[in-house]
Design a protein around this ligand. Structure first.
Ligand code: ADP
Length: 230
């Protein structure tokens, strides 16, 4: 669950108020698209949700944690409740698909038994079971993206944040990725997908949160193209 109440975030260096009196609630199990022009505040929102930066004012709750009151030593534990697919994937070039995904569990000292069970499971979830021994350079753009998604999911996060994940792939693959994210959402994971691809958002429909100049200017559930066509 994500809840922001009257949040303000100002970058000290420039004095820019990136989020102004920003309130938002996303319930457990929801799927929402976050859209908005460049500079609207989307990245700031993601950084806030990951506690990479702090609000100057307001309340921030994510997955049952109060981020404003959170002590530093709790941050790693909190972050493990979130999976993130970054725009540039951030895969490690010298590691295979299997190793890239397993690495997330290794750094938290997960038991080998869990790694051996969970990694093949998430690879099959994203259709990469046959690419386990490939290095990122041997994967297509879509496969790299799915590897990044598997890595974000391996820890079974309550919340998945996808930051402009369709920015670097063909439109067709972008649609496939959203289908994949919808399937993951159907299994109970809350999904927030930040995107510029307004056409695609209109196609799928669902909850759309539009941010402009640090404020939510639209937050509604709309029917997708498929629904309209019926
Ligand atoms: P978006 O992700 O929607 O493009 P951002 O959250 O990156 O928007 O930016 C929101 C506003 O905050 C913009 O006006 C941007 O210039 C400003 N901003 C973003 N990051 C910084 C930073 N590190 N220092 C100063 N200003 C920033």
């Amino acid at each position: 669950m994500v809840e922001l109440k009257n949040v303000c975030v100002t970058y000290e260096s420039t004095g820019v108020e990136a989020l102004s009196d920003f309130s938002l609630k996303v319930e457990d199990g929801e799927f929402a698209f976050v859209i908005g022009r460049s500079g609207a505040g989307k990245s700031t929102l993601i950084k806030l949700l990951l506690k990479e930066l702090d609000a100057n004012r307001g309340e921030v709750y994510v997955n049952g944690y109060d981020l404003v009151k959170m002590k530093k030593h709790k941050v790693p534990e909190f972050r493990r409740t979130i999976g993130v697919v970054f725009q540039d994937y951030r895969l490690i070039d010298t590691m295979t698909v299997y190793e890239n995904i397993a690495f997330v569990l290794r750094v938290i000292d997960a038991p080998m038994k869990q790694i051996k069970k969970r990694v093949p499971y998430v690879m099959s979830l994203v259709g990469l079971q046959d690419k386990a021994d490939c290095y990122p350079s041997e994967l297509s753009g879509g496969e790299q993206q799915r590897c990044a998604l598997a890595r974000a999911l391996v820890n079974d996060p309550a919340l998945l944040i996808a930051d402009e994940p369709t920015g670097n792939v063909d439109p067709e693959l972008a649609y496939e990725l959203v289908e994949l994210l919808k399937g993951i959402n159907d299994c109970g994971t809350t999904v927030l997908m930040v995107t510029h691809a307004h056409e695609m958002v209109r196609h799928f429909g669902g909850r759309i949160i539009n941010i402009s100049e640090g404020e939510v200017v639209f937050d509604e559930v709309i029917g997708g193209a498929e629904i309209e066509a019926q």
